[in-house]
Design a protein around this ligand. Structure first.
Ligand SMILES: [Zn+2]
Length: 336
């Protein structure tokens, strides 16, 4: 839909009315990844990274119009099956360092608590996410067209403009998330040689335990996001249970807490095995979030909770409409 349509819908109070009529008892759970000024060397940033000034406006709106719950308050509301009216929850996936540098001061300013989901194998190890590596390789490539072979398949990548590069990244990443760890590494090495850009380590790009402890002391809770951020749908039951066991133990020990909230890596319906809720429950979790779009409603299954993804391109009117739930409804209508 065109941006002007969103602006029109917002201006005539569509979101406000929608929420008042259809979503009075629903709770928007916002899903962020990164908050930082856009890196000019990344074509992915404008899609994925919310700029600090936009985030500040969003949190100001949220603080004025919603009761922002903290992790504990949310878990309690869920256990009692009683969502406080007009409440919301702010979440971040992947524990990027910019959550501390840029988001945390803004959260404190507007007294908005949050929950950050941490893939523990990446903390203080210098390990980087494959999508950031793909972004660095494709964004840094100077060749306008690249032929690429991997596992018997051949692709031709148009890398002649930032938007073409973004399209390639959005095509590659869903593929890489289906690979096992070894194939993922092989793929990145091969891509690096094809595009003529060296693989870089983004060491230091994620939160340290010390930063997490400082955030935890001031309203930010931390939840599980597995250990290695692999696609659970591709792992064996034993591997999934091990991922949960290791990551939960590390979080509990490092942050002196009992970890009860979880977010699925990648988070699409196809990334969540049917037995995952049972394993999470057995590992001591109380709730788990997907990235399926929609407001959380009373009676929703606690291990398949929906969220609303907020990206770098979301203008103020889109943010307000997303929060009201009307945009997920319209998207579902369009896809049905
Ligand atoms: Zn993630």
């Amino acid at each position: 839909m065109k941006k002007t349509v969103y602006s029109f819908l917002d201006r005539i109070g569509c979101g406000y009315a929608w929420r008042g009529i259809f979503e009075r008892t629903s709770l928007p759970v916002l899903a962020y990844h990164r908050v930082a000024p856009w890196d000019p060397g990344s074509v992915l940033a404008p899609a994925m990274v919310v700029q600090p000034e936009d985030f500040a406006r969003q949190m100001e709106y949220l603080a004025r119009n919603y009761l922002a719950l903290d992790g504990e308050g949310f878990a309690k509301a869920l256990a009692q099956k009683k969502i406080p009216p007009r409440s919301a929850l702010v979440t971040f996936d992947d524990a990027y360092e910019d959550n501390y540098r840029y988001a945390f001061p803004i959260l404190k300013k507007f007294s908005v608590p949050a929950v950050v989901f941490v893939p523990t194998a990446f903390i203080e190890t210098g390990k980087s996410f494959f999508w950031d590596e793909v972004d660095a390789l494709i964004s840094g490539c100077q060749i306008p067209k690249v032929r690429f072979d991997f596992n018997g398949q051949t692709w031709t990548f148009d890398l002649s403009s930032p938007s073409a590069k973004l399209e390639v990244i959005l095509k590659i990443c869903p593929l890489v998330k289906t690979f096992n760890e070894n194939d993922g590494e092989l793929f990145l090495n091969r891509l690096s040689s094809f595009v003529g850009v060296a693989r870089i380590s983004k060491a230091g790009g994620l939160l340290s335990w010390e930063q997490m402890r400082a955030m935890r002391a001031q309203g930010v809770a931390f939840g599980g996001h597995t250990h290695r951020h692999l696609n659970l749908a591709r792992l064996s039951p034993a591997e999934i249970q091990q991922e949960l066991r290791i990551s939960t133990r590390i979080l509990d020990e490092q942050l002196a807490q009992k970890t009860v909230l979880f977010a699925y890596p990648f988070g699409a319906e196809t990334d969540i095995p049917a037995a995952a809720p049972a394993w999470l429950s057995a590992a001591g979790y109380q709730a788990a979030f997907s990235l399926s779009s929609g407001l959380m409603r009373p009676g929703d299954r606690p291990f398949l909770l929906r969220r609303i993804g907020i990206g770098g391109g979301d203008t103020e009117d889109i943010f307000r409409l997303k929060l009201s739930g009307i945009l997920s409804f319209l998207a579902k209508l369009k896809n049905s």
